[in-house]
Design a protein around this ligand. Sequence first.
Ligand code: ZN
Length: 407
Amino acid sequence: MRIKGAVTKGVVVALLLTLAPITAFSAQKITPGSTCKVYNQKVTHQNKVYICIKSGKKLIWNKGVAVVKPTPTPTTILTPTAFTRNIGDKPDEVDGFQLKVVYVVPKDGKDRELDLDGTLQKIITEGNNFLTKEIQRKFPVDSWQGNYDIEFFKSTLTKLELISMRDAHRVLFNEMKIFERKDVNRKMYSFWIDIDSLYNGTACGYSNINDNRHAIAIGPQCSGRSAQFEDNRVTAWVHESLHGIGVEDTNGDGCEFLSHEPCTSLRYKIDPERKFYVGVSTVAGSDILNRRVWSGFTKDTSLVMPCRMLENLEGICTIGENVIGPPRFQWKDFSSAILQDVTDSNPVFVGNGIKSQKPWGANNEYTCSANFVCPSTTLSEDKLGIRKYRWVIDGVIGEIFTILWQR
Ligand SMILES: [Zn+2]
């Protein structure tokens, strides 16, 4: 940590990482009632899905639920012959917030061309169909010439490196130099990595709350069919995307979509009682219907779209009025706080900061700890692109941070 004028600086805010459990293994022999190792692990064996449940102090395989071939939901305009391999970001056809899927093949991984045979496209569509059915919303998806713009990326990281690291979503974002693209449209990056699992074999996906990036593993261990989904990788990207728009894991019934308890009927519902994160309730962190992220709603400024600080003192905000806080530090106390725009040679006064526990707004994950305060001000910006800012706290000049203003 680099500290300038250390007197007033406090602690760096810790980030909460959430994991999605392994959703399905295949090709493993299961005897109901026999012991298992990973709580909530699901295994498909001879057309039944078994779940590792608690029985007293032991973990055992349950009796299994038959896999039913789902009736396919009619999908969108996908023409199988038209799939192209997209390297780099194609010109955007969707205006404003959108989901961006990146198909990542490790350095030593086989390129299975899942972007060219329609496999990944189906997973996107099935996920959006599930959202539509459950909450009458879907994510806008980056598109190119009539199909989804799924970006292909061959990483310099190996399978082992990607499986063992705990922040592949951030590492890949940086490896691909995505911030430097200075995209005009705000995107949620969904890295679909062709590896067996994440987090040393314990997860099929992870995300930080309110992050614009998450990772899922799309290799064999995390793939399969379920009673509900033709391809259960759907659950991984939708689950992590909901974390990305502010939802925490819930303690709901196991079939509540953001619960990490076993779902024995294998039919997920998104907050069916509307008590965690859909509608009025924000028990699990945010009301997703109030987020400015859904198809047809991305221009509705009455909906919420908080700024997001990334690493390296870089952040993203959507143009319009925003609540701006500090990039990473907290203070014991201060009597004056001034935000300056230092993009050009002379610093320009932007606003006076008030003390706040939620300096980037109520819907941003940045929370000042008890006994600390953070400066916060409201800033309106209508021009796209990069601007640089700094806080001056009690006359002490703080670190410069960059904000990329996007649509
Ligand atoms: Zn989760």
